[in-house]
Design a protein around this ligand. Structure first.
Ligand SMILES: Cc1ncc(COP(=O)(O)O)c(C=O)c1O
Length: 384
């Protein structure tokens, strides 16, 4: 597998940049703050916790807490994982063999195409960009239909979408499910940003609830803001496939971290509060960001994200997106993600956008101020 572009980029900058303005998770919290949210206050103290192996499937009460977040899925239809990345990896390795075929929209979170590519043929179908519309990035339904082959086994989706922050209109999701049902295609739906949709009425259903060949991937990392827990999960109605995934986990993480399982249960039970806090942070940041862009007309073509905590504006200022991002980090310590990081091996991707993260609290406000200072200094002619 080729290097994971985004992770290589982050290993250079994530902990050294002064202003991390492209985080893909919501604001995190301390163990103390999380424990204070325990509504029953009856969780055994972490100090007393036994640090032996845990169940490969995940603790029964964790699977119950996760199942509570679905309409139809039951605890036995959930396999807990060490983060969402493990789910993307194991689904490709378990479900696919060399003579299968996979379809994946681009741009995408790289493991959605790179891991399947290590097993079989993958067709990328670029998303359609139409500025100044609510759903500015859309799945190309006709393109997906045209890409289907007799051996197509899997379609990989990710909504709310990284990097565009888009959601799918429900009629398009229905049409896509009908198409996959007709051809017996599995849908792996990466739903890690679900829960902080800007307008909750836009929220999409979870695929495992509505499609018999659907796999829902989720995690504590993103909408909940707890990536250090490394707890994720796959949910599906396909019991036989889930069992094969569980067998494969024996070769990967084997079981979850015991303290993380306890802390995840607390977070899931307190999810209304956590998601409301995170939604508030994100919506406030969005207003501040839009004010900055309004003060520098011509800098970007702006699309408001609909869900998740990242946005993907098109850079329209002097030079190009790549040099804009490079100058920001080198001259002012502000880290953005140029769209070149989303380069795909299976389809064209845009090179004139950048990703900005809206999920952090003080880090975002300080970073935005640094961005403003940078723009005032170097982009003065654009200022209103
Ligand atoms: C769309 C998407 N899926 C999966 C992951 C991996 O999540 P985790 O860190 O929980 O493994 C990420 C992380 O950035 C992501 O953006």
């Amino acid at each position: 597998m080729r290097d994971f572009g985004l992770e290589v980029f982050f290993s250079k900058w994530e902990f050294s940049a002064q202003h991390h303005m492209t985080a893909s998770d919501l604001e995190s919290m301390s163990v103390d703050d999380l424990m204070a949210l325990d509504p029953n206050d009856n969780t055994p103290s972490l100090n007393d916790l036994w640090l032996g192996y845990t169940e490969t499937w995940g603790a029964p009460d964790l699977r119950e807490a996760i199942a509570d977040t679905y309409d139809e899925i039951e605890p036995k239809q959930i396999l807990c994982l060490a983060g969402a990345g493990e789910g993307l990896y194991m689904t490709a390795k378990v479900l696919l063999s060399a003579d299968d075929h996979v379809i994946v929209p681009t741009p995408n979170y790289q493991s959605a195409e790179t891991v399947p590519l290590s097993v079989c043929e993958v067709t990328g179908v670029p998303m359609i960009y139409q500025a100044n519309t609510k759903h500015a990035w859309r799945i190309d339904l006709d393109g997906i239909r045209a890409a289907i082959k007799p051996n197509t086994k899997l379609l990989s989706l990710n909504f709310p979408h990284n990097p565009t922050g888009m959601l799918m209109p429900l009629d398009e999701l229905d049409a896509l499910i009908a198409l996959c049902r007709e051809h017996g295609i599995y849908i792996l739906s990466d739903e890690v940003y679900r829960g902080v949709e800007l307008d909750p009425s836009d929220q999409m259903p979870q695929i495992a609830d509505v499609y018999e060949r659907g796999l829902s991937l989720n995690v504590m990392s993103k909408a909940y803001g707890l990536p250090g827990l490394r707890i994720g999960w796959l949910a599906t109605q396909d019991d036989e496939l889930l069992l094969r995934l569980e067998r494969y986990k024996h070769y990967l993480s084997i079981c979850n971290s015991a303290p993380s399982e306890r802390l995840s249960i607390i977070a899931l039970n307190a999810r209304t509060k956590i998601l409301a806090r995170n939604h508030g942070i994100m919506s406030n940041n969005l207003v501040l960001l839009e004010t900055l862009f309004e003060d520098f007309p011509g800098l970007v073509e702006w699309t408001r994200p609909l869900g998740g905590c990242v946005a993907f504006p098109r850079y329209t200022g002097p030079g190009d997106a790549e040099s804009f991002c490079l100058e920001l980090i080198e001259q002012s310590g502000v880290l953005l993600l140029p769209s070149s990081i989303y380069r795909s091996e299976v389809a064209d991707t845009p090179d004139d956008h950048f990703r900005i993260g809206l999920g952090r609290d003080k880090v975002f406000k300080d970073g935005l101020q640094a961005m403003r200072t940078h723009l005032e200094k170097y982009y003065a002619p654009l200022a209103k």
